[in-house]
Write a protein that binds this ligand. Structure first.
Ligand SMILES: C[S@@+](CC[C@H](N)C(=O)[O-])C[C@H]1O[C@@H](n2cnc3c(N)ncnc32)[C@H](O)[C@@H]1O
Ligand SMILES: [Zn+2]
Length: 290
């Protein structure tokens, strides 16, 4: 059943945004044109810290090349399984809205859409990222999803409008997530666990920092309650310099490591790397009285 929930709101005045042909506008005539690739840019100039915020062209190209080879398939598959289980547990009598916050090139959201469509789940999909380059790439990859340039800090979604939210290795602002998450909704957050890409980090840094895999709990605490945590562990084998370079360039380590170490890493012809991540599932805090 289709619903007529308002999902998109104007980033200037927060009134509903309506689509007319190739443009979106609100009752105050704030208008946003669709790019010819089909995405819409809802990022206001005052939401940008730099001229081109988020991942740049080179990082986006590396991420796309790496993900296209399905090196992170285990993560995507685990996410699809966990989400479809949660959806089937709930009796939804309405059309679901699913949004990926900081979606990058749209790898996880596109895969989720394919998976849920096979399982006959009716839903509408939204991918948002602050990087125009990333959204440009995503919109070429999958034209059936609504792609938006925007910030996760001030999301152009109506209050309590989205049922399923994803945040995969992306910045998250719990207060804003709480505002847009539907009352029975869930957010699925993917963060690295302690051994994630450990071999790569060992090659790049003298001292490998212990990553605080539970930091997300402190961040979400006070806004949400934890429903479950699903760990995903596997290992991937990169078989060319190019693949190693793609992985390096899509991580923050590329900027944080020194040149000598980077050159050493990039001289390798193959590398086995551990994948170690957690999927954290959160929901609104339940009232003690209900
Ligand atoms: C590590 S990448 C992850 C991308 C994607 N989720 C994936 O795993 O393939 C982080 C993403 O967050 C985006 N990003 C950074 N700050 C953001 C913000 N304030 N709002 C929206 N996206 C942001 C970047 O442009 C980048 O695409
Ligand atoms: Zn407006």
């Amino acid at each position: 059943m289709l619903d007529n929930r308002v999902i998109l709101i104007c980033p200037v005045c927060a009134n509903p945004l309506n689509q007319y042909n190739k443009s979106y506008s609100c009752l105050n005539n704030h208008a946003f044109d669709k790019a010819k690739q089909g995405y819409v840019n809802l990022l206001l100039a005052n939401q940008k810290k730099t001229l081109q915020p988020g991942d740049n062209k080179e990082m986006v190209a590396s991420r796309l090349a790496f993900l296209k080879q399905d090196y992170y398939l285990s993560i995507s598959e685990a996410l699809n399984t966990v989400i479809s289980k949660i959806i089937s547990l709930k009796t939804h009598n309405h059309h679901l809205h699913i949004a990926d916050l900081g979606c990058g090139v749209g790898y996880y959201l596109s895969a989720l859409k394919k998976y849920l469509s096979l399982n006959e789940c009716l839903a509408e999909y939204w991918g948002i990222d602050i990087s125009k380059e990333a959204i440009h790439s995503a919109s070429q990859y999958d034209k059936t999803i609504s792609w938006l340039v925007g910030s996760t800090k001030t999301l152009p979604f109506a209050p309590q409008s989205v049922d399923i939210l994803l945040s995969v290795f992306a910045p998250i602002y719990p207060e804003e997530v709480k505002r847009i998450l539907a009352p029975n909704g869930r957010i699925f957050v993917i963060t690295p666990a302690s051994s994630h890409l450990l071999e790569l980090r060992k090659l790049l840094f003298e001292q490998v920092k212990e990553s605080d895999s539970e930091k997300i709990l402190q961040k979400m605490n006070g806004f949400f309650e934890l429903v479950d945590t699903v760990p995903v562990r596997s290992s991937i084998h990169l078989t060319s310099k190019n693949e190693i370079e793609n992985l390096l360039k899509m991580t923050p380590f590329y900027w944080k490591s020194n040149l000598t170490k980077k050159m050493e890493l990039l001289s390798l012809n193959e590398l086995t790397v551990t994948i170690d991540i957690n999927i954290w599932i959160f929901q609104h805090k339940q009232s003690k009285l209900s």
